[in-house]
Design a protein around this ligand. Sequence first.
Ligand code: PRX
Length: 650
Amino acid sequence: MTDNNDTIDALSHENRTFAPPAAFVAQAHVTDDSLHSAARADLESFWATQASKLISWQQPWDTVLEWDLPYAKWFVGGKLNVAENCLDRHVQAGFGDKVAIYWEGEPGDTRVITYAELLAEVERFSNVLKGLGVRKGDRINIYMPMVPEAAVAMLACARIGAPHSVVFGGFSSQSLVDRINDAEAKVLITADGGYRRGEVFPLKPAADEAVAQTPSIEHVVVVKRGNNDVTMVEGRDHWYHELMADAAPSCPPESMDSEDLLFLLYTSGTTGKPKGIMHTTGGYLTHVAYTHRNVFDLHRDRDVYWCTADVGWITGHSYIVYGPLANGATQVMYEGVPNYPGNDRFWAIVEKYRVTIFYTAPTAIRTFMKWGADEPSKHDLSSLRLLGTVGEPINPEAWMWYHENIGGGRCPIVDTWWQTETGGIMISPLPGYTTTKPGSATFPLPGVNIAVVDDAGQEVEHGGGYLTLTQPWPGMLRGIWGDPQRFVDTYWSRFEGSYFAGDGARLDDDGYLWLLGRVDDVMNVSGHRISTTEVESALVSHPAVAEAAVVGANDATTGQAIFAYVTLRGGQDVDVSTLRDHVATEIGAIAKPKAIFFTPDLPKTRSGKIMRRLLRDVAEGRNLGDTTTLADASVVDELQRRAAETSSED
Ligand code: PRX
C-alpha cells in the first residue's frame, strides 16, 4: 500500500511511552475517560453539550444532527454569529481589556490588541465592507501577510455573513485568479506587502495581475504594511486605513443560520483544480472551540498560546482565528520566518511573551534540529507547558528532540491529525489523560469515530490500511463549492457509508494509531498539500515542455520533496531554474520542484500509464524491482543514469 513499509514497521513498533506528567494532570481540563464515555453513550447529545457549553446561540437549534449521507446538518434551526462569539461576548463578560493578540512583526515591531480593540476594529471594517456593497452571502477574497488585519478581515466577513476565501500569500497571482473566479468573489482584501526574511515581499502587484482576470471583483482593499510602491486604481482600489477612518464604529452582528456558509478554503486534490472546501457556522465553531480547549488544555486566564501557522491554511483558520478567539485565549501572532534575524527567533518570542502552549509543524521541528539545540538553549523556555504538532507525520526522533529541547522533558506533546476537510482536530492525545508514544497521534478524540480498513473496506484491528471516518462530526466539510459530484466521488465513494481521508494508517498492538501519509497523488511538502497533477500541469504549460511526471519523494526535512521528470518538445531547450521559476509563477514558491530531471521518455506501462511508483523509487535512490510491465525498459536505465548525474538543487 505504501512504499516504505519497513520504515513504518519500525515506526509503529516504537515502544517508549510518556504518561501525562502529574503536575500537568493536576491542572488539566480532561484527566479521565468521561468525555469518551459520554460520546460513546450518545454522540449527538455529546456534541450538543459542547455546543451549548462553549458557544453562545442567538436562537437554540431544533435538531442536533440531520444526517443524509454524505450531507450533514448540525444544530439545525440554531442561530448565531461567529464574530459575536469570538469578540462581543468576551467584552460583554468583562474581558475587554484582556489581550487577544500579541502581534510581532518580523522586523521586531509589535502591537498589542485587546478583545475590546479587536472588536472595535472588526465592527468598523464590517461597515467598510458594507459600504463597498457587500451583502450577506457575497464571497470575499483575502490575500494577506500575517498581520492582525488578516484576522480582522475574516471576522468582519463572519460578522456580516459574507463567506471568506483566504488564499495563502505565498500563492501566485495565477492561483489567486483561479480561486477568485471559482468563488466569484466581489471584494479582494490584500496588503501592499509583508515582511519575510528581512525583506518586503510585494503582494499588491500580484493582486493587480490577478484582478485583471477576475471580472467579479469590484473593489480591492489594501492594508499598508510593507510601504512598498503600489499602483492604486481609482475607484477600484482603496487604502484600508482611509476607509477605516471614515467608517461608523458600530455594526451589529448578522444573525446567521447554523448551516450558513462561513468560509471556503481551497485545497489541492488529485486533479489539477483545487477544491473549494465549504465550512459552515455552528458545527464548525463548536468543533474548533471544543478541540482548542481540550487538546491544548487552554486555561484562558493564564495561558499564552502560539500557533505558528499562516492564516492562509486551515490551521490558521481553526487554531489562530476561530478556535482561540471563541475560547477567549491570549495568543501570539508572528509575521515572519523562524530564522530572521537569527535561528533562535521563535525561542526569543516564546521567552518574550512567556508562551505556554506552542503549536507547529514537524518540518519546522526537523529544521530546528538541524540548527542545533544551542539555539533554544539561548532562551528561557520554562513558560512552556504543552507542545503540539500538525500537518504531517512526526518521526520519533523529531518528537524526542522536541520533547527534550523545547519542552524540557516536562511538556506533553499533542500530535494532531486532521485536514482542511475535517475543519478541526480529529485524532490527538488528550494531554492530561493520554499516554503518548513518540510518533503516534494516538486515538480519535471523544466524539470522533474512525476505522482503519483494508482494500475491501473491512475493518483492520491490527496493522495497516486506509483511514476512514465512520460517523459525521460537526466541523466536517459540507461540500466542494460548485462541484457536488466531486464531493461525493472524492470522499464518499471509496468505502461505502464512510468518509475516506486519503491517508494510510496503522494500528499497533496497543491500538495506537500511526498516520502514514497520503495514499493518493497528493504530496505533503512541509505540511502543505500539493497535488502532483497541479505541478505537472504547471510544467506542461511551459512552451518547451512536452510531458511531465511529478512525484513526492521522502525528504529528511520537508517530509516529501517534489521531484519532476520532464520531456522536452523537439528542438526546444530550457534550463532547470527557468522551469522551477515557471512553477512558482503558476502556483507559488512552495510548489517549486526540488529537482527536475530531463528525460527523453517517461516510464509507462503498455497501456500508457506513467509509473509513478517507479519514479519515486528513482527519486529515493531505491532498487527498482520488477519493471517487466514497462513498455520500454531502457527508459528506466536512462532515468537512473540521469538521476545519478543530476545533483538536486535547493
Ligand atoms: O496526510 C495528512 C496530513 O495532512 C493532510 C491534511 O492536509 P491539510 O488539509 O493541508 O491540513 C493540514 C493541517 C491540518 C492529511 O490528510 N496530516 C495532517 N496532520 C497530520 C498529518 N499526517 C500525519 N500526522 C498528522 N498529525
